[in-house]
Design a protein around this ligand. Structure first.
Ligand SMILES: [Cu+2]
Length: 109
């Protein structure tokens, strides 16, 4: 029983590795409650890995109704969010803890 439980995560990691390696990675920085870049261009039709680097000392929540994503990033921390594959178009996102300033959009082409 213990052996089979231990083996399972290894199998999952191996199965996912080629997919993760193939996903293009983009960086999104949060600083002074703003997103940089505010417009994130991504290729349409493929899964994309977004590394979100929160350089503010306060937490932020990356949120997008259109992308169906919601993730809290602690202050001075990074996280990864996967999006797509997306159809060509625009997908707004915002920082829920600083909605007045933290606004951006993903543009898929
Ligand atoms: Cu939220």
């Amino acid at each position: 029983m213990r052996r089979s439980v231990a083996a399972f995560p290894v199998a999952v990691v191996l199965a996912c590795a080629p997919v993760l390696a193939a996903a293009p990675e983009l960086q999104l920085v949060i600083r002074d409650h703003l997103f940089f870049p505010a417009v994130l261009e991504v290729p349409a039709g493929v899964k994309v890995r977004i590394l979100i680097d929160n350089q503010d000392p306060t937490p932020e929540e990356f949120e997008s109704y259109e992308l169906n994503r919601e993730k809290v990033i602690p202050g001075n921390a990074m996280t990864v969010v996967f999006i797509g594959p997306l159809k060509p178009g625009e997908y707004p996102f915002f920082g829920e803890f600083n909605v007045r300033t933290a606004q951006g959009k993903v543009v898929a082409r």
